[in-house]
Ligand binder design. Structure first.
Ligand code: UDP
Length: 227
């Protein structure tokens, strides 16, 4: 069951229901996009038809915000509860460890996805992390090296050269290389932490070439998990 809120389709699911839907997406195998919709994005989508269209093309949209839960109730079409990005991610990671689903963590500052993965594996020893990659890659499809400079949060710009930086610096791949890296890792679940709506746009643009059964944006969740 889903409702319509300011032109956006929102699924009337609780956390357990969202996990079951994702399990069905993994079983189906073809690409699916999951969005935890917060009020800021719904507001922005009112002025950006492309963003509203993207939301309505997603396979599962949860109400991520008390404002959304409340608005649904006022509209006479209540949703059971708020389902946030981090809550859904943690529930899916738990399920992934049990089912043997492979996960990939894309996004956040260099080192954060790795630390988040380490902590998740510590909590769920059977968890298969198919790969991690920081979220400060360069636009473009080509090989790393060349034109653009790159700035990670709290760091000086790193001139891209050769492998993307000085020895000891995290490598700065291009967007095309990141897509190829994920595709080769063959995850079942891809968590993307680039902030909304950048992460949703990344998933929408690449989901078919990635071939990952389930991709979802998780905002600042890797920072929270990494502590
Ligand atoms: N981020 C990233 N690449 C970018 C911009 C942001 O990896 O180009 C990461 C950032 O380091 C942080 C997350 O995306 O880990 C965004 O978190 P925020 O809480 O701002 O997201 P929101 O909850 O607003 O979607």
């Amino acid at each position: 069951m889903h409702i319509n809120l300011l032109g956006a389709r929102v699924d009337a699911v609780d956390l357990a229901g969202a996990v079951e839907k994702v399990a069905a997406f993994v079983a189906a195998g073809h690409p699916h996009q999951v969005i935890t919709l917060n009020p800021e994005i719904l507001y922005r989508a009112q002025k950006e038809p492309e963003l509203l269209d993207l939301i309505n093309r997603a396979d599962l949209v949860t109400a991520d915000g008390i404002g959304i839960v409340w608005a649904a109730k006022v509209a006479g079409t209540p949703v059971p509860e708020r389902v946030t990005g981090i809550d859904l991610m943690l529930a899916l990671v738990e399920r992934a460890a049990r089912e043997g689903w492979r996960i990939f963590l894309l996004g956040a500052a260099p080192g954060v996805a790795e630390e988040a993965a380490r902590r998740l594996r510590e909590k769920h020893p059977g968890l298969v992390v198919a790969g991690t990659q920081h979220g400060y890659f360069r636009p473009g499809a080509g090989e790393a090296g060349g034109e653009a400079a790159f700035t990670a949060p709290g760091r000086a710009p790193v001139a891209s050269s050769g492998d993307g930086g000085r020895p000891g610096e995290p490598r700065v791949p291009t967007e095309g290389e990141v897509v190829e890296q994920i595709r080769r890792a063959r995850p079942d679940l891809l968590f993307v932490a680039l902030g909304a709506p950048k992460q949703e746009q990344f998933i929408d643009r690449y989901k078919e070439v990635l071939g990952v059964p389930v991709a979802m944006g998780v905002g600042g969740s890797f920072d929270v998990i990494a502590g």
